[in-house]
Design a protein around this ligand. Structure first.
Ligand SMILES: C[S@@+](CC[C@H](N)C(=O)[O-])C[C@H]1O[C@@H](n2cnc3c(N)ncnc32)[C@H](O)[C@@H]1O
Length: 211
């Protein structure tokens, strides 16, 4: 078998696994496993609106702010968020899986950052404090949560009035959520759309909890 044929087979296998995963996850919420964290950490070069630097730049952060990285995974966003809010600010990196949070702590330590707290949280189950955060980000997470409506209502409540929720979605994610669906769910939870970047297959939506 030539190298080109092997590569073609590998690509076909990757596409087949992605499609199967996508089909399966439509029936049952299936969180991205911790051992695939390395894949989540790679910033996708083909999707500007999903890159950590782009998301963090659009979140209108200021030093001293309190931020929730909801479904933080291995901390792709937590570390740049912590740098953006500075030592006077803080980031809570929340995820369902302890393995992801271990990775976040290792990255924070490596970067010499001590304003990240890690917390095991199942979003949508009402465990978050209310009126606590200036900003919340949720990138490639919504489709993994069994009750997306409950999760958005919870995130609305945990923001301070005037606070912003950033939702990023990317078509390559097997749990990708269409923009129209997310917008409708967010509006039902009480959010008002503040800004939108990208297109139908890769977007970042900024939603405001009205004052
Ligand atoms: C695809 S990863 C995205 C990680 C990160 N937001 C990023 O963009 O790099 C999705 C993460 O959401 C977490 N997750 C899924 N369902 C969750 C839930 N109900 N509550 C908290 N975290 C959840 C998974 O454990 C996983 O780490």
């Amino acid at each position: 078998m030539t190298a080109a044929t092997t590569l073609a087979w590998l690509i076909a296998l990757f596409i087949a696994i992605s499609l199967l995963w996508r089909l399966f996850s439509q029936r049952q919420a299936l969180p991205c496993p911790s051992w695939l964290g390395w894949m989540v950490e790679l910033d996708n070069p083909f999707a500007r609106t999903h890159r950590a630097d782009f998301i963090v730049r659009q979140m209108l952060l200021a030093p001293g702010m309190t931020v929730l990285d909801a479904g933080c995974g291995p901390g792709r966003l937590s570390v740049p968020l912590a740098k953006a809010v500075g030592p006077a600010g803080s980031v809570v990196a929340a995820d369902l899986q302890a393995g992801m949070l271990t990775r976040v702590r290792a990255k924070a330590q490596h970067a010499g950052i001590d304003n990240i707290d890690t917390r095991i949280v199942a979003l949508g189950q009402g465990a978050l404090e209310t009126n606590r955060y200036d900003r919340v980000v949720m990138a490639a997470v919504l489709g993994e949560i069994p009750d997306a409506r409950a999760a958005l209502t919870e995130l609305f409540g945990c923001l301070k009035p005037g606070g912003l929720l950033a939702i990023a979605e990317l078509i390559f994610d097997p749990h990708f959520q269409r923009c129209g669906k997310v917008r409708a769910l967010a509006e039902a939870a009480g959010f008002r759309e503040h800004a939108h970047f990208g297109n139908a297959v890769a977007y970042l939506m900024l939603l405001e909890r009205p004052d």
